[in-house]
Structure formats: C-alpha cells, structure tokens
Design a protein. Sequence first.
Length: 454
Amino acid sequence: MSNSPVPQKLSLAARDLDVVWHPCTQMHDHETIPMLAIERAEGAWLHATDGRSYLDAISSWWTNVFGHRHPRIVAGLKDQLDRLDHIMLAGMTHEPAVALAEQLVRLAPAGLSRVFYADNGSSAVEVALKMSFHYWRNQGRPSRNRFIALSGGYHGETIGALSVTDVALYRATYAPLLFTPILAPSPDAYLGEIGESAQEHAARRLIDMRALLERHAHEVAAVIVEPLVQCAGGMRMYHADYLVGLRALCDEFEVHLIADEIAVGFGRTGSLFACEQAAISPDFMCLSKGLTGGTLPLSAVLTNEAVHAAFYAEYSAGKAFLHSHSYTGNALACRAALETLAIFNDEPVLENNRRLAAHLGQRLLELADHPHVADIRQTGMIAAIELVRERKTRSPFPANERRGLRVYLHGLERGVILRPLGNVVYFMPPYCVTTAEIDLMVEVAIEGIERAVA
Ligand code: PMP
C-alpha cells in the first residue's frame, strides 16, 4: 500500500478527475467542461469550493424534493444515528422499517398492502419484474415470463431494468446482454397526430395495447410504465386516461401492472403518487428518489395481498421470493423517509406546489412562439421545453450537435444547474424553490436556449 500523501495543492476537482469515474459521463468531456466541486448545500442551492453557488433546478437527479439538508430530516437522521445505524433485514426488523411500511401502505393507492425494500430505483424495478414473473410461476403458469414496456420508457440501468428501458442512449450498447420486452407505442402526447388531443392519443394507444395483449397475454407477466411522465426519455407526458384504460386492460387479460413511480412519486406530478390522478391501483408500485427526501439511497416495492399470498407457503413448497441486497431497509434511510412523509403530512406541500407550478407555467409562456421551441409541457412540478431545428416540421436538432450541453454550460456561467436531456430543457426544482428562484432559472434557461439555437 502506498503511503504517499494526497497532494493537497491540487483542487478537489483535479483530485477527482485523477481517481473518480462519473456516471452518465464521457470523462473526456471534463477536459473542457468544469467539474463542480460542491462542499455544502442548503435548500435549493449548492455551494462550490471556489465560492460560487448554483441553484439546483433539477433536484439532484430528481431526488431532492424538499431542498438540501431539510432541518427535519437532518434532525431525524442525527437521532437515528444515536440509536441504530444498519442491520440486515432477514430474520430481524427495526422501528423505522416497520413504521415506514405502515405509512406507505396508508398513503398508497388502495390494495397495496405489502412493502418489499431495496436500496435504489433500478433494484426496485428488478424486484417488481422478478416478483411478477415468480408470482405466475408459483401459480403454475411459468409461460408468463415476458414483459410489455412502452417506447421511450426508462426504468433504470441494471440488466433487468435496462431490458425494459427504451432509450437508445442507455440501451443500445448493452442490447446483447438484455432480454427483449414487447414494446407498445407510447401515449406520449408529443407523438400524437396534428390536431389530436392528448386524450385522443391516449385512447388510440390503448387500442394498440389491446392488440398486443390479445396476441401476447398468454406469455406476459406484467406491463411496466412510468405513470403520466416518461422522465429520462425526455419528460414526455401523457393523459391520465391511458392509465385508466391500461388498468382495465391488465384486469381483462389478467396481466400485472407495474407502476414505476421512482421519478414521479412524492408530489412531483401534483398528487402524492401519479397513479392517483387516474384513480388506479397498480399491482406493483416502485418508489425511490424522493422517498428519503434526497438524502440516502432507498427504494420500496409495494404490492397487494394476492401477490403476497402466492409466495406464502410451507418452506418445502419452494415458493419464497429471493432477492436480497445487503442494505435492504437501511434504518437511517427508512428514518429519512419517515421524516419525508411527516413533512408531507404536516405541511401544505401539494398546495404550495400548485402555486409554484402555476408560476413556472406562466413564465414559460414567454417561449410559446419561439421558432426553435416545438412544445412546452408541464405536469405539476415538471416542466419541459422541446428544442427543435424547425418549429413547423418539428425536425429535431441532430443529437451530436449537443445543443442541450450549451444550455447546461450557460447555466453554469449563471449559477443555475440545468441538465437538458438531449434537446429537452427541463425544470424539476425542489419544492422549497421560491417564485424569484423560478424566475431566475427560467431567465437563465431562455438565455441558454438563445445561445444553443444560434
Ligand atoms: N425508474 C425511473 C422512472 C427513473 O427515473 C429512474 C432514475 N432516473 C430509475 C428507475 C432508476 O433509479 P436509480 O437511478 O436509483 O437506479
């Protein structure tokens, strides 16, 4: 082992680039793009080692619902650290895991009464896929071993979750490693025909889904969707009627419905869970990200009694569900989640968000006639702007022109973290954001867009 001291003269960013390999990054980019070295965060703001501050307009990859270091979550975590840090969740339990499961069952759509923990979003998706497959196997129907996913959907980047993801950037390279889902065309309103409403498009896409189920239901375990907003696929939004119709189709064809609420859960779309807007209960609901208020990794898969019962048998029947992560149900993370739910319970979060979302929508009207903006869309505290080469034909800018990156770089100059998804500039701020901060992020985005399309 080398005893050479860390060269303290180098900046944190320089030391980082010597040893850390970053996610979702071509590391070569950092020859020109600065690495932000953040030493402190508070509310909607990140403070860097060079004294600069940045408004976190995308909630640290959509995790940070109440702002950084929310006093209540910080206090809960300190208290929890003095009691119990982490134990394995096999054969033993602890108060935060039980209390959190009780709360989630109370808050979730009716019928979701069992909680299985994991420790990140992708793992929750793996759990839901495996559990659905295993349910059918336990029921004596092992041929139901395929999944239907939506075009443009994203469910994570582990092998199973990536298999049901349809975003080429993440999937194409690894395709030989993946299983092949049955892809149904997305109800994404942006893809509707000219003059077709989001609702009409949703209805048309349900006809496609019915056709797929008629052909494939005998071999399908579950349909997996991101309710209301396909986030990583470009903040593509669709009408809640699609979820209503999809639930009915899944019932008719006896197929499970998996709602991946990892990005849209916890108030993001205007209701605590997006499924509420369609008044449906999925068979599996995956939660993560905002679950701990953006402090610690944790995920949960909620399911119903029928699924639980299919696994409940004498040991010798060999029906037990097998999926175990060392940090399943981590006590600190569960405690952070309990504090997060307490904030939702005690403060008028959704009501405040309605006001903030209305302000954000109002400010974006400024771009309504922009020649390089094809669409401005919003669902609750998610708003997105679709940049195109030509508004009339909606012809996209080629991806390799990296127009979104120019918006990102302009944001850095002005102290706002915007991280466009390709040519989609979006806002997903923490709920503590003020109207003045919304004004700032919109102003900076508009300046960035002008630079990007020039
Ligand atoms: N599903 C959805 C809808 C997501 O947005 C994400 C993360 N962007 C995931 C799954 C994967 O979560 P994680 O990054 O924690 O693995």
